[in-house]
Design a protein. Structure first.
Length: 141
């Protein structure tokens, strides 16, 4: 009798975990397009700021602070490219048809599995951004 109760508890526990996993996945797929668009918009704004910063720094005399700022800009660009490659464009493939629809669906369905890596790269960008802020403060001195 105890074996049956233990088995029943195990099955219920497994069912709960499975249900939580399904809910996580469905929520990730449902929100994939909005999350991807938000990440891409943030990265585009940051790229615009980096281009402005690159133009300003390019006009300054070369020194350790300028070199540090330029290397930070390059590091940010690299990390942003990584994020863009992970996010992809969930709206890509203009036109209509089954093939385009299937590509969009595939991208949305794989997004939840890419999300932790995208968050990692966003953290990398934030760290580089803090380093850039320090370099800019050094330029002001």
């Amino acid at each position: 009798m105890a074996d049956i109760a233990g088995t029943a508890v195990g099955i219920v526990s497994l069912s709960i975990q499975l249900c939580q996993g399904i809910v996580w996945y469905v929520d990730g797929v449902r929100d994939a397009k909005d999350k991807a668009q938000q990440v891409i918009a943030e990265m585009n704004r940051f790229v615009d700021l980096l281009e402005l910063l690159e133009n300003v720094v390019g006009n300054l005399e070369t020194g350790p602070s300028v070199v540090a700022t330029q290397s930070g800009i390059v590091a940010c660009s690299t990390a942003i490219n990584q994020i863009r490659s992970k996010v992809g464009d969930l709206n890509s493939g203009g036109g209509s048809g089954l093939r385009v629809g299937m590509k969009k669906l595939t991208k949305r369905m794989t997004f939840p599995f890419k999300e932790p890596e995208i968050k990692y790269w966003k953290t990398v960008v934030s760290d580089i951004q803090q380093t850039l802020q320090t370099a800019l403060q050094a330029l002001q001195m």
